[in-house]
Design a protein around this ligand. Structure first.
Ligand SMILES: Cc1cc2nc3c(=O)[nH]c(=O)nc-3n(C[C@H](O)[C@H](O)[C@H](O)COP(=O)(O)O)c2cc1C
Length: 357
């Protein structure tokens, strides 16, 4: 239950306050040029402690490749990636050991296993997502024809203005926000939430362009189903939409259609599409249009405001969470969403090649 993918398959391991975390990537084609420098920029984008709008835990997140690479190229054998944990403060979690944070995984883990590593949330900590980001960097090597772009489109209910979308702006602010005016507003929204001991949710949107028609499969390996599972598997994600998603349920058939016309310049006779309500996927298979999804992150559950809960003996108590937490987890979710998109697409590219050549 810690592995994902069929042909391009990865397994993550490790806990928030253990000595290290990591991933084992299996099924990666041989001969791809790789070293730590190829993976590190993606980890740097997810790294905590880079602004006052994320957790202040300081983790350098330096990745080491332990196997599967020889003379700078993948060998086709399992690629083991390791990231050391260096900034653990387990004493911050003494309350979490005896009582359950409402909204977090503490109660559910105890109910299932009867025992849990409570330090920093153990395996349920989003520290694990660093491993996915590292694996996702390897996946990107398998799909060089694809460009993946994710950004935050909404924080605390405040949305970007799509008319002010500027891709260059995404790297210019601490929110991965493509609208400079929205980013300025979000400073106050996130700061106010943090100062008042609360938290806010966010929506992350992701586009993958350059995906050719034909990736994906009916019916139990639909590209959209695998994407939804991948995104829903990210910590704190409570909703995933492909293309227009829930809005499609409010459209008529003609409004929701993606009309086509012949395109003399299209590769291999590919048509020109006049809309993309479907998010680039029909019948579980890519159409050649950009693959798009929208991911809803809930507000951080570890907050300083006291809330009703129970302790491990089932007695009523109140709890507020000390320690260092993200006031809006969706912000650092952006590189994780991109990584999951890359991992799903790499798997489906190999599956398509396996079946159709
Ligand atoms: C990048 C990222 C950072 C997160 N940081 C925190 C955090 O600082 N504090 C917290 O309580 N939850 C944080 N979370 C969310 C928890 O890991 C998550 O809510 C918890 O594992 C319970 O799982 P669920 O929300 O998916 O049900 C973070 C999630 C992500 C994606």
């Amino acid at each position: 239950m810690n592995s994902f993918g069929r042909l391009f398959r990865f397994t993550t391991w490790g806990e928030s306050h253990g000595p290290a975390i990591g991933a084992v990537v299996d099924g990666c084609p041989p001969g791809l040029a790789i070293d730590e420098g190829v993976i590190q920029p993606f980890l740097d984008a997810r790294r905590p402690g880079q602004s006052k709008f994320t957790t202040q835990r300081q983790e350098p997140d330096q990745v080491r490749i332990l196997s599967g690479v020889f003379e700078g190229r993948t060998t086709g054998t399992p690629i083991s990636l390791m990231i050391e944990n260096v900034d653990q403060r387990s004493k911050d979690y003494s309350e979490v050991a005896v009582a359950y944070r409402p909204g977090h995984a503490d109660y559910a883990y105890d109910a299932k296993y009867g025992f849990r590593d409570y330090r920093g949330g153990g395996r349920s900590s989003a520290r694990e997502t660093a491993s996915r980001v590292a694996a996702g960097a390897v996946a990107r090597l398998v799909i060089p024809e694809v460009k993946i772009l994710a950004y935050v489109s909404e924080i605390g209910g405040d949305m970007i203005d799509p008319g002010k979308f500027d891709e260059a702006e995404i790297a210019n602010n601490p929110f991965f926000c493509p609208d400079a005016a929205a980013a300025a507003r979000w400073e106050k929204i996130v700061d106010d939430a943090r100062k008042s001991g609360s938290s806010v949710g966010a929506v992350v949107e992701c586009y993958a362009s350059g995906v050719p028609a034909g990736w994906g499969a009916p019916l139990y390996a639909k590209l959209d189903a695998d994407l939804a599972a991948a995104m829903m598997g990210i910590n704190a994600v409570k909703g995933v939409e492909i293309g227009d998603g829930f809005a499609a349920a409010r459209l008529s058939g003609e409004q929701n259609a993606d009309p086509m016309r012949p395109n003399a310049e299209g590769p291999d006779g590919a048509p020109e599409f006049l809309a993309n309500h479907a998010g680039g996927i029909a019948g579980g298979i890519s159409t050649g249009q950009p693959v798009t999804c929208r991911v809803a992150f809930k507000p951080t559950s570890s907050i300083l405001t006291p809330q009703a809960t129970i302790n491990r003996s089932g007695e009523a108590t109140e709890m507020f969470t000390k320690g260092r937490h993200d006031p809006c987890v969706g912000i650092r979710g952006v590189p994780v969403v991109e990584a999951m998109m890359a991992l799903v697409l790499a798997d489906h590219k190999l599956l398509h090649r396996g079946q159709c050549g």
